[in-house]
Design a protein around this ligand. Structure first.
Ligand SMILES: *Cc1c(COP(=O)(O)O)cnc(C)c1O
Length: 422
């Protein structure tokens, strides 16, 4: 597979006249088409709903587009709940999930006030919730099977080392307690592997959860209303990998549903998902300009974006594909480290990357930044957060978040300038 950007150099030159680099650019057409495929993949399940993981791309315009495509929100903090509320996501129509952990009391209170589906991360949270917000009529419990999560012979992830969720015994116990406390509608949730690039993750996870759902019904009498397969369906960041086929994934889950849940008389269970990366990552680019070249022991290209705009390479050594706009078919006969300006040597978007010859002023397109990109930004070195721009379906653009200004950066210091320490 070759990775092609969703914009051309000519389009970018026009956009840059209005919005200087660096900025994140989102592809509305791509986002909508993908969300529709997602819906189609699970259309066999009557109650299916995707709750977009807000933390991946917490932008109101993006959330609005996804809302129009039938998605709800999956929140994990106060501000994400507030964002959902202001955008009109309706908790009482089950449009808001609250999948948090180590949750402060006031967030449980807010979630309950919005009638969001609270996803309990731990059995001790039953008492904590009871004391803080009170027990709602609908609730979800998060499961952690421990050990390793394997697909065939491949170890995909290590739930036994993850802080999330309850053990099986705790889970069974929790449903019993919650039933006694008057809960009427129950769900189960698990997130066992991150960024999987295989069509087998969801079906394998679904089998584990469906079998457990049958056991929960037999042992506690609690018949689950929904099962939340959560996030983890990933995207190929490198060009050598095949993208996931969401239609095949949906069909794989359907087969297991018919094999396990239907014979157990549980053919009304709704399937929920909470994807972030799969919904948005490919439909965002970080657009940046080459401003320096440096020839020392290696060849460096310095760009005007840095790790505060996209932390994944610095934080996880993550690969993000780079296209030099207008040089899409030029030979990759140069080897560069592409760096930002932080006083941190890990501030590199690419290391030893084969690219076409880069000239100063070239526009670089950093791929797959639509999820966990802008969102992970920070202000180290006093760097300011960039703008976010939406490329509309008709080719026009709209600013959906302005760039930070020094005044924004100093705003929390208001009134602290004339400090008298005497
Ligand atoms: C991060 C997260 C997601 C989204 O994960 P992706 O890998 O972006 O799909 C979903 N649910 C929970 C609870 C999360 O923490």
């Amino acid at each position: 597979m070759s990775k092609q950007p969703f914009v051309t150099k000519e389009q970018l030159e026009e956009i840059i006249k209005e919005y200087p680099t660096p900025f994140h650019l989102y592809d509305e057409k791509g986002i909508r088409e993908n969300a529709r495929r997602m819906k189609e993949a699970f259309a066999w399940n009557k109650g299916f709903k995707e709750y977009f993981a807000v933390k991946a791309t917490p932008n109101p315009t993006i959330l609005k587009i996804l809302k129009e495509e039938g998605c709800g929100t999956d929140c994990s903090s106060m501000t994400e709940l507030m964002m959902s509320e202001r955008l009109g996501f309706d908790g009482s129509s089950n449009e808001i999930m609250f999948s948090s952990n180590d949750t402060p009391a006031e967030e449980f209170v807010k979630a309950k006030e919005l009638d969001a589906i609270i996803n309990l991360d731990d059995i001790t949270h039953i008492e904590y919730l009871k004391q803080s917000a009170g027990i709602p009529e609908k609730i979800c419990c998060r499961f952690n099977p421990g050990g390793f999560f394997e697909l065939g012979t491949d170890i995909m992830d290590n739930p036994g080392d993850a802080k999330y969720g309850m053990t099986k015994d705790q889970l069974l116990n929790a449903y019993g307690q919650l039933k006694d406390l008057g809960v009427k509608t129950f769900g189960m949730h698990a997130f066992l592997a991150s960024n999987t690039v295989t069509n087998d993750y969801y079906p394998t996870l679904a089998k584990i959860l469906f079998e457990l759902a049958v056991e929960i019904y037999e042992k506690t009498g609690v018949k689950l209303d929904f099962i939340n397969l959560s996030g983890g369906v990933g995207v190929p960041y490198t060009p050598d990998k095949e993208p996931n086929d969401i239609l095949a994934i949906g069909d794989g889950v359907r087969k297991v549903y018919e094999e396990v849940l239907v014979p157990a008389g549980m053919d009304e269970v709704k399937i929920f998902t909470e994807l972030g990366r799969f919904m948005l990552a490919p439909y965002g680019h970080l657009i940046t300009t080459a401003i320096h070249e440096k020839h020392i022991y290696k060849e460096y290209i310095g760009v005007d974006a840095c790790a505060v705009n996209l932390m994944r390479p610095a934080m996880y050594g993550a690969y993000h594909h780079i296209t030099v706009a207008g040089k899409e078919s030029a030979p990759c006969d140069h080897v560069y480290d592409v760096t930002g300006s932080l006083c941190e040597n890990n501030d590199k978007f690419a290391v030893d990357r084969k690219l076409p010859k880069i000239d100063m002023g070239d526009i670089l397109i950093i791929h797959d930044t639509g999820a966990h990109g802008f969102a992970m930004g920070y202000n180290y070195n006093g760097k300011l957060k960039s703008a976010e721009v939406l490329l509309r379906e008709d080719g026009s653009t709209r600013l959906i978040r302005r760039a930070e200004t020094p005044e924004d950066y100093f705003a929390t210091l208001e009134g602290y300038w004339d400090v008298d320490l005497s």
